[in-house]
Structure formats: structure tokens, C-alpha cells
Design a protein around this ligand. Structure first.
Ligand SMILES: C[S@@+](CC[C@H](N)C(=O)[O-])C[C@H]1O[C@@H](n2cnc3c(N)ncnc32)[C@H](O)[C@@H]1O
Ligand SMILES: *[C@@H]1O[C@H](CO)[C@@H](O)[C@H](O)[C@H]1NC(C)=O
Ligand SMILES: *[C@@H]1O[C@H](CO)[C@@H](O)[C@H](O)[C@H]1NC(C)=O
Ligand SMILES: *[C@@H]1O[C@H](CO)[C@@H](O)[C@H](O)[C@H]1NC(C)=O
Ligand SMILES: *[C@@H]1O[C@H](CO)[C@@H](O)[C@H](O)[C@H]1NC(C)=O
Ligand SMILES: *[C@@H]1O[C@H](CO)[C@@H](O)[C@H](O)[C@H]1NC(C)=O
Length: 289
């Protein structure tokens, strides 16, 4: 990821760098045509990524906690500025990469809210499983989309319920995300994570990543939406999740490709006090073992 952003020098003679090149630009184009000589091109331990201190980047929001009652209260008060009435642009733009030619994919929506993206995918013949703590959000999802639904307890999770529309194959579990597991409803062929990793408490990110990985089938294509801004200026949620952390959370088990990064600043974020906001979307797949 880092070397893509560097300037590539193409030369027929060996290059001599006055310092150590921060990143080795090998493997571009045809790997056979560009040779990377170890003495000139060894990745220095002091490379740009190694120098960024992740914990200091995350420090401003590290201890911020929002509990489940506070989320429920937001739904009760209709303070749901995160909800979008239209299908998310980045999901729409990258859906072909997520599907990768497959039909009838099982999609997982962590912290689903009442995202209309669930109906969009179900209308295309995919099945959808979501997890959401707020029962009000789940009922509103079905009601606003004119779908009937059944409601039953989930024996394996104390106090949890599952709401289903069987015609469209949408099942929404009303429970804490961390009580959900592959034992409840199997693994998934795709995940759409928008307003989820950025919404959970920063101290829970490792636990969350381990859960997500456990829900990924071998061919799973996980589309992750993150937000980049100066965390000194706004307490969140949504929280700041730097690319470096996406790599530290998922990089050992998964391949990560950042598909797109756009300026996502609107008046809403200007009111929060932000001076810039970028929205990035990553495609995460299991490393072949
Ligand atoms: C920022 S909203 C995003 C909703 C949806 N993904 C969207 O993009 O519109 C986060 C949602 O997660 C729910 N939530 C927060 N923590 C949760 C948890 N631990 N388990 C289940 N749901 C949770 C909240 O009620 C809220 O609806
Ligand atoms: C890494 O860089 C810092 C300053 O930027 C320097 O003090 C340190 O000695 C370097 N470490 C190595 C292993 O080169
Ligand atoms: C990173 O930053 C934290 C907090 O600012 C500090 O405690 C820690 O020593 C730093 N680590 C490195 C490797 O510089
Ligand atoms: C959730 O947080 C609010 C606000 O900090 C607090 O008043 C409430 O007691 C907390 N609820 C639980 C169950 O921890
Ligand atoms: C649901 O039905 C109402 C009333 O018939 C209609 O106005 C609305 O557009 C429908 N919503 C959807 C998402 O189809
Ligand atoms: C719903 O999805 C499941 C897989 O999650 C599949 O076995 C079943 O046939 C689907 N049902 C309908 C009605 O599409």
C-alpha cells in the first residue's frame, strides 16, 4: 500500500540514494522487468510506516466509551444522523468486487441500524443477516420498507430476538454484537461494515476484529468503510480509524486492498469542528492458507 504512493524511478543504471530509500518500489509492472537489488532496496526498519506511532495517533479517542443504553437512547430520541435514506455510494461502486461473480451471497451487516443497503442486496437475491442492539431500529427497517416480519427468541443468546422476513431472506438479530458468533448463523460470503468498526468503542477493536474474522467464510469479501479525520477535534462516534490500524487489526490473517478514499466533508462534520474528513473503503479477504 505504501509503495503505491511513492514516485517510481525507472532507470537502467543502479540508483544511489543519499539516504535510505524509505520504501522499495519493486514488484511494479512485470516483476521480471524491475529488479530490486537488496543492498539498495532493503526495507529500512525506520520506514515511514514504522515511524507512525499508532497508539499516539489513537490516544485522543482511546478511552471514549458509548454504552448500549446510550445507543438505544439515540434511537428513542431520533438522533440518528448516521442513517442514510439512499444506498451507500461506496457499496454501489464496489459491489462487483464484493460479489466477484457470485450470486445468492450471504451478507453480514454488523451494527446494521436500519440501513437500506440490506433491502437493496436482498432485492438482488442475496440473503442478509444483521445484528443491532436497538429493537426500534429493526422494527423501523421492516416497517419503512413495507416488509412483514416474524419475531422469535434466540435460544443460544439470553434475551435476544431475531426478526425475519423470509420472502426476502433478511434476518436481523437484536442483541449485543459481541454475543453473536458463527455458532448462531454460520459464516458469511460478504460483509458490509459501514458505521460499525467506526462506531464500536475504540478499546474493543481487537475483540471486534477477531469476531469479524471468525464470521468470514474462506471466500468472504469484507468491504470496510473507515473515516479519517483529526481525532483531537471531535470525540466521536464515529471514531477515527487510520489505515495503519486496519492493517494491524486484519493484516496478519487477511489481505487488504484500499479501493477508494474520498473527501466526505459536509456541513454536519463542519459543525462537529472538523477541518477535513476522508472516507476510505477497504476490501479485505482471507489470506489463502
Ligand atoms: C453508527 S450506527 C450505524 C448503523 C448502520 N450500519 C448504518 O450505516 O446506518 C451504529 C449502530 O450500532 C448499534 N450498536 C452499537 N453498539 C452495538 C453493539 N455492541 N451491538 C449491537 N449493536 C450496536 C447502534 O444502535 C446503532 O444503530
Ligand atoms: C530511526 O530514526 C530515528 C530518528 O528519526 C533515529 O533516532 C533512530 O536512531 C533510527 N533508528 C534506526 C534503527 O535507524
Ligand atoms: C508511542 O506513543 C506513546 C504515547 O504517546 C508512548 O507512550 C510510546 O512510548 C510511543 N512508542 C514508541 C515506540 O515511540
Ligand atoms: C451508560 O452511560 C450513561 C452515560 O454515561 C450512564 O448514565 C449509564 O449509567 C450507563 N449505563 C450502563 C448500563 O452502563
Ligand atoms: C411503503 O409504502 C408506502 C405507502 O404505500 C409508500 O409511500 C412507500 O414509498 C413504501 N416504501 C418503500 C420503501 O417501498
Ligand atoms: C435464504 O438463504 C439461505 C442461506 O442463507 C438459503 O439456504 C435459503 O434457500 C434462502 N431462502 C430463500 C427463500 O431465498
Amino acid at each position: 500500500q505504501t509503495w503505491k504512493k511513492q514516485i517510481l524511478l525507472v532507470t537502467s543504471t543502479p540508483l544511489v540514494f543519499s539516504g535510505t530509500p524509505s520504501v522499495c518500489a519493486c514488484r511494479l509492472l512485470n516483476p521480471a522487468t524491475i529488479l530490486c537489488l537488496p543492498p539498495l532496496c532493503s526495507l529500512p526498519s525506520n520506514g515511514s510506516r514504522a515511524q507512525t506511532n499508532l497508539s499516539s495517533m489513537l490516544a485522543p479517542q482511546a478511552d471514549r466509551v458509548m454504552n448500549l443504553s446510550e445507543w438505544e437512547q439515540r434511537w428513542q430520541d431520533n438522533r440518528i444522523g448516521f442513517h442514510q435514506p439512499q444506498v451507500h455510494k461506496m457499496l454501489e461502486s464496489h459491489i462487483d468486487k464484493v460479489l466477484n461473480g457470485r450470486s445468492g451471497v450471504r451478507f453480514f451487516f454488523p451494527l446494521c441500524g436500519k440501513a437500506v443497503d440490506m433491502k437493496w442486496l436482498a432485492d438482488m437475491g442475496h440473503s442478509v443477516v444483521g445484528v443491532e442492539i436497538s429493537e426500534k431500529a429493526i422494527r423501523q427497517f421492516f416497517e419503512e420498507n413495507n416488509m412483514t416480519y416474524s419475531e422469535e427468541p434466540v435460544p443460544a443468546i439470553s434475551g435476544a430476538k431475531v426478526f425475519k422476513n423470509s420472502e426476502k431472506n433478511i434476518s436481523l438479530y437484536q442483541c449485543d454484537m459481541y454475543s453473536f458468533s458463527s455458532a448462531i448463523d454460520g459464516q458469511f460470503g460478504a460483509i458490509w461494515d459501514r458505521g460499525s468498526l467506526v462506531a464500536i468503542n475504540p478499546q474493543d477493536r481487537e475483540k471486534y476484529a477477531a469476531l469479524i474474522i471468525s464470521l468470514m467464510a474462506e471466500d468472504c469479501r469484507y468491504l470496510l468503510d473507515t473515516l479519517l479525520y483529526n481525532p483531537e477535534l471531535y470525540p466521536g462516534p464515529p471514531f477515527f480509524v487510520p489505515d495503519e490500524q486496519v492493517h494491524s487489526l486484519f493484516g496478519s490473517r487477511c489481505d487488504i486492498e484500499t479501493l477508494q478514499s474520498v473527501d466526505a466533508m459536509t456541513d454536519r462534520q463542519r459543525e462537529w469542528g472538523l477541518d477535513y474528513l476522508k472516507e476510505a473503503v477497504h476490501l479485505i479477504t482471507m489470506k489463502s492458507s
